[in-house]
Every structure is written in C-alpha cells, then in structure tokens.
Design a protein around this ligand. Structure first.
Ligand SMILES: Cc1ncc(COP(=O)(O)O)c(C=O)c1O
Length: 381
C-alpha cells in the first residue's frame, strides 16, 4: 500500500536521468535481457569495481548462486559463510546441495571474523575436510577485511566469493569493496543504494568464470544456431530496460554515498551522550557506504530496549528494523555449526536496530527520529 507520509528504511532514490536512459532503451527496441544498456551497465560496473569482467544479472541472489555453480560446488561440499548476513548469501550454496557452516562476527567490524576463520581452517585441514568456498559479507555497506580473509583462504586453496550486495560504492583500502576476491556479488534490489528495482551483478578477474556465468544465466545455450544444451542453466539475465535505470543510478553514486554517510553522522550527533546507545563501528581499513545506519541499544543503560524504540517509531509511521538475524539461529539452518559459537552476532541481533537511511531524509526527519528515541531514555525523562 503506498503510504506517502511513511518514513521508510531505505526507499529507492531517483537520480533524474532514469527516464531519459529508459527512453533510449525503448528507442533502441532492445526490450530484452540483452542490449546496449546492459553492455554499458556492465562496463560501468567494471570501471567502478576494478574487476576486469562483470555480468549483469536479475538479482544479487542469482550472482551468488552462479558464482558457486561456476566454482563447481555441489552436494557433499561445505561452504563457510558469515552468520551475520541476509539469507541470500547462502541460498546459492543450498541450491547447489552444499552444507553451510557459519562463522561469527568480529565485534570490531561486525563482519566475518578472520581470526576464527584462520583457526577453523587449520583445524579443518588437519581433519582433511576443508570447505570448497568461503563467503564473507560486506555488512550494511562495511567491507569485510578481505585481504586477511583471502590470504588465509589462499593458504588452503579455497576461493572467496565476497557478498558485496550491500556495499556498492564502499571502499576497502584503496579499492572498491569486494575487489580482491575470486568473485564478488552486487545487488541492485529496490532497497539498495543503487537500484534497478531488482537486479544484481557478478564481478571477477577470472574471464572463464564470468564467461561460464554468462552462459549459465542464459539457459546454458551452446554457441550454435539452434538451441543446443549440454547443461541445465537459468534465466538470470538483467533486462536492458532495468540496466538503463542502473546506468542512471550509478551516475551520482558518490553523492549517494556522501548523503548516507551524512545521515549516519547526524544520528551520531543527535544521539550523542545518550547512555546505552552505540553505533556500528567503521573499520579503519575502509570507508563504509553506510547503506543503513545501525545503532545498538543497551536497554539497562538506556532505559528502553531496541524493540521499544522500534515500536515507538512504528507508531509514528517510521520504519526501522532489527539487524539481520544470524543464520545459525534461523529455523531452516537448525542444528548447523557456527564457528566461534555465535555470541557476538547473537548480541548484535538482540540489540541492533537499523534506522531510516534513505536519500530523501532531511535534517528535520533525522531530528524527529532522534527526538523520539531520546524520549525513551531514562535519564532524559
Ligand atoms: C547481504 C546480502 N546478500 C545478498 C542479497 C541479495 O540481493 P538480491 O535481493 O538482489 O537478490 C542482499 C539483498 O537483498 C543482501 O543484503
């Protein structure tokens, strides 16, 4: 139901160029899952990520699935992934029949803890039961410590697929988030910093991997005039119309990141000095795109819980959301293993709240949200 007064968590934001480029797509008559806008979008994404090859796809979930299929992951294999993430990070591993094992978060970054990974891989190597892939997530726009993770995995010959779905425009060291893995997945879902309404991409320096992903994304059609198939593929390609939206959205990405970071800074300023409120830390090695502004609430110190805040905001027609529920706590993964136990991500889930972070938010909106939060604080009332 459209609700114009509602403050959403992360609604789509138009750059103003979308209709023009969509018009060009219509004029070219490429109303199809291929065409000049798809080519341009892929080139723009290569320039952005620094990866040599990019295939544009129908979703980030499709990108993650294809990466694992291209790496030959199958039944009986283990795939290790961050537990603090969205389920799409692991859906592909499950489509492929692999077993998922989770790794707890580093409290300093909230992303996959490289130290836990290192210890667990050493132990797995001694048992002769290494995972076939590792999937860290760039959480809420903050890059994981990719060099550390890739370095550890390289020692065991394990490919890393970085889930950078939330991190378009974020930086890791001197490069785009996700660059340095065997492959990285991006999402252009409607709630992301860059949207094509629904869409995604897989990026890699491995030409053969992207070429296979491209083929599998178009029903694994063989390059002959008739329809010939030696494998079963998928219909995972991005429409040329949606790629036009993506090209327009990438045009002002820097401004999008700047605004999200500004929103985060305003929350920090207005909520400063409130007891029991802390903010998602920013790792020193990178620049988060602050896709979502996230706080953690110590109910004892603050005087109200994360859920009290969420419900108060909801009563004022303001959307907020608990942070991702860790995968090892999900009923669908009941009984699965979580390396490190999972206490860090469980605590973050119990206390973390994502606040409205969209591009249209004004200083007044943020002040209003912060005033409501402040009204629940024990020491203020
Ligand atoms: C961490 C993470 N991984 C994967 C995805 C999947 O992307 P999509 O919705 O484009 O399939 C998302 C977002 O939806 C996400 O937040």
């Amino acid at each position: 139901m459209p609700n114009t007064n509602r403050v959403f968590l992360s609604p789509p934001c138009l750059s103003g160029e979308e209709q023009k480029l969509v018009g060009e797509a219509f004029a070219s008559n490429y109303i199809a899952p291929l065409g000049p806008m798809v080519d341009r979008f892929e080139k723009d994404l290569e320039d952005l990520t620094g990866y040599k090859h990019v295939v544009a796809l129908s979703s980030g979930t499709a990108a993650l699935h294809l990466a694992l299929r291209c790496l030959g992951i199958g039944p009986g294999d283990e795939v290790w992934a961050a537990t603090l993430t969205f389920i799409a990070s692991l859906a592909g591993a499950n489509y492929q029949g692999a077993t998922t094992v989770f790794i707890d978060a580093d409290p300093a970054t909230w992303c996959l803890d490289p130290q836990l990974l290192e210890e667990a891989l050493r132990e797995a190597a001694s048992r002769g039961r290494l995972p076939k892939a590792v999937i860290p997530t760039d959480l809420f726009g903050q890059s994981c410590d990719l060099d550390a993770i890739v370095g550890i995995c390289d020692r065991h010959g394990i490919p890393v697929v970085c889930d950078s779905a939330e991190a378009v425009g974020a930086r890791y060291k001197d490069r785009h988030a996700g660059k340095g893995a065997r492959a990285a997945a991006l999402s252009f879902n409607g709630n992301k910093i860059v949207t094509t309404s629904s869409g995604g991409a897989l990026a890699s320096d491995d030409a053969a991997l992207i070429s296979l992903a491209r083929k599998l994304s178009t029903q694994a059609r063989e390059p002959v005039p008739h329809y010939e198939h030696v494998a079963i593929g998928y219909n995972y390609r991005l429409s040329n119309i949606l790629a036009a939206v993506g090209c327009a959205q990438l045009g002002d990405l820097e401004e999008r990141v700047r605004h999200r970071r500004w929103v985060f800074g305003q929350y920090m300023e207005y909520l400063a000095n409130l007891p029991g409120i802390q903010f998602m830390p920013e790792a020193p090695y990178g620049t988060s795109n602050r896709w979502l502004s996230v706080i953690v609430v110590d109910a004892g110190q603050f005087g109200a819980s994360r859920e009290d805040i969420r419900l108060l905001l909801e009563r004022h027609n303001i959307e907020s959301r608990p942070i991702w529920k860790p995968m090892h706590l999900q009923p669908v993964f009941a009984g699965s293993r979580c390396i490190g136990g999972g206490a860090v991500s469980e605590r973050l889930f119990a206390t973390g709240l994502c606040l409205p972070s969209g591009h249209a938010l004004t200083d007044r909106d943020i002040q209003r949200i912060c005033d409501l939060i402040r009204s629940l604080c024990r020491t203020v009332n």
